[in-house]
Design a protein around this ligand. Structure first.
Ligand SMILES: C[S@@+](CC[C@H](N)C(=O)[O-])C[C@H]1O[C@@H](n2cnc3c(N)ncnc32)[C@H](O)[C@@H]1O
Length: 429
């Protein structure tokens, strides 16, 4: 061992293929940030993914998980030489072994953005072979706390709500979550939810707070809306009002909408600028949700243009139908964006799209869908991504199919967490 205390690990369980270090404590110098809210250190020839540390720090780590021959996971439990970017955590529930909701509470917000930029750069280099992409993560207005307008809280067997410990099913019971909008946090955390498995909460532009109770299998069982003026029981499809891109939007109470209140506007502006839609063009808005990007792009396509929004969720399609009713060039198609669904959709479309916008879930669109989209020859593909690794993999697939990355914006839409939202422009090479 190079330095520090020796591992004092219990014998590994049979399924444990690691080095038997779980519970061990030793000193490391923390290296670069990695995807997932941790930094990389090395100890006795093995990689240690360190949470709660910062690059350059000398820390004592405690190994929390050691199941893999090549690496283990650890928390920095004592800081011997702190980084100048380390700050007091604003949330009393965060820290080693505590609530797993945030990753960077101990980091100054501007440094959080530099860490996220480094992660996006590294993912594009490693997974897409693009070594020279200039990445800046832009701050959104509103500060690093109370930005979460939509959240899912877990409920323990006693009916108390909170968030899960990192990589655990344990619920850490909370009396507040300082990154969540105050009324939304209070609506869930100030009461008990006997028998529930989780509670979804959202607060809309009018201040209405919607809570949806989920059973232990994740199925919604009841919804309640508390409006600033009073408490009204809601239908299960209770609506939330949002405002973005100069338009009013209605979405399902706790259905998909950008979590940060400033994110939808920032993304609409970035997507609109990258897409540069011209009159008469055909635009595909894939994974369209309530129609946010399609609705924003339709006016530029004009009366001779066509904007087709594709979304799999029936509730989101109904919301998109209502939201886009005043835009005759916009259509909402309910369907799956997968290789088979997309091939059928492109055939039905008749003419190839000029512009494609896609905003897939965390796993990305995948190589097959990316290849099909590249095959359309669209003059611009605007890819909105909440996971830089999925984005980088799909950028690689587009690259192999003749497209190049021509622009990238990144937004700090999830302060205190390791998450970052990217908007990429791909054009035929
Ligand atoms: C990240 S959200 C984006 C929504 C919208 N673009 C917005 O910003 O409000 C992803 C959306 O894709 C939908 N979705 C997920 N998988 C899909 C699939 N295979 N085909 C079509 N839509 C899908 C989800 O229901 C969700 O509304």
């Amino acid at each position: 061992m190079a330095s520090g205390r020796r591992p004092r690990a219990p014998r590994p369980p049979r399924e444990d293929r690691g080095g038997g270090w779980t519970g061990a404590e030793f000193e490391v110098t923390v290296g670069p940030v990695a995807h997932g809210g941790h930094c990389v250190a090395r100890h006795e020839g093995r990689v240690v993914f360190v949470r709660h540390g910062l690059p350059g720090e000398r820390v004592v780590v405690r190994v929390t998980e050691d199941r893999h021959p090549g690496f283990c996971r650890a928390d920095a439990v004592e800081v011997l030489e702190p980084s100048p970017h380390r700050v007091e955590r604003p949330c009393p529930h965060s820290g080693p072994g505590r609530c797993g909701g945030c990753d960077w509470q101990h980091v100054a917000p501007e440094e959080q953005r530099r860490l996220k930029a480094a992660v996006v750069r590294e993912q594009l280099a490693r997974l897409a072979g693009l070594s020279d992409v200039d990445v800046t993560v832009e701050e959104l207005p509103g500060g690093p706390l109370r930005w979460r307008s939509r959240a899912r809280f877990a409920v323990d067997r006693s009916g108390a709500a909170g968030l899960r410990r990192h990589r655990s099913h344990d619920v850490v019971v909370l009396d507040d979550c300082p990154i969540t909008e105050e009324n939304a946090a209070r609506a869930v955390l100030a009461r008990r939810w006997p028998g529930a498995g989780a509670v979804d909460v959202s607060v809309d532009a009018t201040g209405a707070v919607t809570t949806t109770r989920l059973d232990r299998r994740g199925h919604p069982t009841s919804t309640r809306v508390v409006r600033p003026g009073g408490d009204l029981p809601a239908e299960p499809d209770g609506r939330a009002e949002r405002h973005a891109g100069g338009r009013d939007w209605e979405v399902e109470g706790t259905g998909f909408w950008q979590v940060h209140p400033a994110a939808a506007d920032a993304l609409v502006a970035a997507v609109t600028a990258f897409a540069g839609v011209r009159a008469g063009e055909t635009v595909l808005d894939l994974y369209a949700g309530a129609g946010l990007f399609g609705g924003a792009l339709a006016p530029a396509a004009g009366p001779d243009g066509r904007v087709v929004c594709v979304e799999s969720d029936a509730g989101a399609c109904a919301a998109a139908d209502a939201n886009l009713a005043d835009l005759p060039q916009a259509e909402v198609w309910q369907g799956e964006v997968d290789p088979e669904g997309l091939a059928g959709l492109l055939e039905e479309l008749g003419t190839p799209p000029d512009v494609v916008v896609l905003d897939p879930p965390r796993a990305g669109a995948g190589a097959a869908v990316s290849r099909l989209l590249a095959g359309t020859g669209a003059r611009a593909v605007v890819y909105v991504a909440c996971d830089p690794a999925s984005l980088a993999r799909d950028v690689a697939a587009f690259g192999a199919a003749g497209y190049r990355l021509a622009g990238l914006r990144a937004f700090d839409a999830f302060p205190m967490t390791a998450h970052v939202e990217c908007v990429a422009l791909l054009v035929p090479a």
